[in-house]
Structure formats: C-alpha cells, structure tokens
Design a protein around this ligand. Sequence first.
Ligand SMILES: Cc1cc2nc3c(=O)[nH]c(=O)nc-3n(C[C@H](O)[C@H](O)[C@H](O)COP(=O)(O)OP(=O)(O)OC[C@H]3O[C@@H](n4cnc5c(N)ncnc54)[C@H](O)[C@@H]3O)c2cc1C
Length: 341
Amino acid sequence: MSARLESTPPLSPRLAAHEPQLDQLVSRFWEDAVEVDAAPAVPAAHLDAMAALGLYGALAPRAQGGMGLTPADLPAVTERLASGSLASAFVWVQHLRLLRGVLDPAAPAHLKAWLPQIAGGAIKGGIALVGLMPGPPRLTATPTPSGWRLDGEAPWVSGWGMIAVLLVTARGPGRTTVSLVMDAEPQAGLTVRPARLAAMNATATVHLAFDAVAVGRSRLLSSVPQEDRPEGEGLRNTGSLALGLVRRCCQLLGPTDLDAALADCRAQLDAASVDAMPKARAAASALAVQAAHAVAVAHGSRAALWGEPAERLQREAAILLVFGSRPGIKQALADHFTSHT
Ligand SMILES: Cc1cc2nc3c(=O)[nH]c(=O)nc-3n(C[C@H](O)[C@H](O)[C@H](O)COP(=O)(O)OP(=O)(O)OC[C@H]3O[C@@H](n4cnc5c(N)ncnc54)[C@H](O)[C@@H]3O)c2cc1C
C-alpha cells in the first residue's frame, strides 16, 4: 500500500464515497506498472475497472448514468489515477472529450442517445484534435452526398484498438471546424501506423493517414466557425497527469520538500487564468522531471536497470514535456531547462 501523502487533493463530495475503491484501483495500477510498461496496450481490465467505478461517465449527470462531476472535480481524480498508471489514465482522459462532446446541449439527439453507453464505458472514445491546430489544415472534411470525406493526417491518436469511436476535428468548408464521430477501426482510405513510444507505449498511439475516408452524415457532432482559441484553454486537467507522476515520486521518496512543491504546483494550476495556464502546465512538467530524477538519485544504481520505477518514471516524465504542448508551454520549458543561474 502506498504511503499517504500530506499533499493530497481533496475529492469532491460527489466522489468521496468512492475513495476506497479509487485508492484500490490506483494500487492495482501501480502493481501492474512493469507489465503495462512492456505491453502494446493498456489491459482492458484497467479500462473496465475505471468504467465500473463510473469514471467513463465522470461528467455526465447522475440521472443519465454518470457521476455528476464538474470539470473542476476532475484533476484530483486524474492525479490519483496517473500516480498508478500514466498510460491507463492517459487513455481514459482522451475519452472525456467524447463525453463532453455528446453532453453539449447542441449535440444532435441521435448522438446524445449514445450517452448511456459512452458514460458506462461500453463505447470508449479517443480524440484526434488535429483540426484545432493553427496554421495550414492538416486534415480536411469535405461534404459529400452521403456525409463527409476526410483527407489528410492525424499525427497522434492514442488508444487505438481500445476505443470504439474517434472524435475527429477537421477543417471544414468556409473556415469551419467540423467534429465527426467515426468508427475507430480499419476502413477504406485509412492507413494506421503505430508509433513506438519511449514510454507509455501501452497507450497504443498511432498516426492516421486519411485518403477519402467516408464518414456518414449521422456522425456529424458539430460544425462551428473556426476560431482562434486562447492556447491555455482546456489544459488544466491534462496538467494533472504530471502531478500524478510527481505524487508517485513523493510516495516513493517519503517526506521531502517535493511534497510542498507538488502542493504549490497544483495550487498554481487550479488558480491559473487561461493566460497563465501554459506557464503553470510547464511548471508541472518540469517538476515531474525533477521528481523522477530525485527518485533515481535516491534509488542509486538500480535506477539504471530497465523496469525499475525510477527508470520508467524518468522516461514517462520526458514524454510529459512534449505531450499536449502549446507554444507558451514549450517556451516556458525551454527557458527553464536552458537557464543558467
Ligand atoms: C504520446 C502522445 C500522445 C498523443 N495523443 C494524442 C491524442 O490521442 N489525440 C490528439 O489529438 N493529440 C494527441 N497528441 C498530440 C498532443 O496533444 C499535442 O498536439 C502535441 O503534443 C503538440 O506537439 P508539438 O508541440 O510537437 O506541436 P506541433 O504538432 O508542432 O503543433 C503545431 C502547433 O499546433 C498547436 N497545437 C497542437 N495541438 C493542439 C491542439 N490540440 N489544439 C490546439 N492547438 C494545438 C501547437 O501549440 C503548435 O502551435 C499526443 C502527443 C503525444 C506526444
């Protein structure tokens, strides 16, 4: 059993009743960590256990089979899950975007009808947010008589093989962003190229190439004017993946000043405005690297052996430096790692 940390984010009252099960799940994730590190995919049992706890419907109202959490409740859960298995938490986090999509009041009724299966985890989802990226379009959606045609690429899609559907954002006609819910399976025009990741390879992350992939009209979730969104938007919860790694390091180390650093970093993320979020995210990623290095130093030369916690945590922390990045995060991290004081 892991040591109880002083710096533990409180769970919302809606979740507190589930705390023992959540702690049990995190312990199980950690026990499986070496096996998951070497696996090509997160065990289905991990995802199903999260679903059984209700986490696939975290944000759905209770009346609709969900847990009724608010977005502000999520980071405390994400941090705990990520402290057990970064890969499993990572795959789950992607699903939440699909959940949010169908919960949107503007979502079409026939896609909203999927909510019970999505909230219960019978339909698990991933995301390809490539259509939100600024600059020239990488993926386009063109209307056809039967629906939409997708052309281009989605360079990073996690959860392939574990997810039933993929929420794809693409550039539509007339400066629009089109969101489609497509089946996450082999199909005409779709080329799937697995990425071999240095850590978290069990997230089953792939590159997708689209050559006239057809998506039916009924799978249109939204088509909205393309907007220049502030880069800090929607980044709070993924910051807790890094906090989760720090949390695990603190548990391995026992009491150190890193406990206070974790609490500070969390408070900074919680308080961050959209403009301040990239810096707060960068601070969390930098702290994850520092914490993983602290564990390596504490564990001594066994940290050099593959499969040792310190070795794996260092590889995972390195990926958290680049996942979900934005220019402001990248700049803050570049400044942090190249500064000379
Ligand atoms: C292991 C791993 C798994 C990933 N899994 C997924 C996944 O399942 N689904 C997914 O959509 N992405 C996924 N990503 C991509 C990730 O969310 C970021 O898009 C990526 O880390 C940014 O990479 P980059 O810094 O090289 O920017 P580039 O790819 O060079 O991006 C160019 C520009 O686009 C901006 N940008 C990038 N992503 C977004 C975005 N989502 N919204 C708005 N602007 C953006 C960047 O800030 C930058 O200005 C994954 C990345 C990694 C490393």
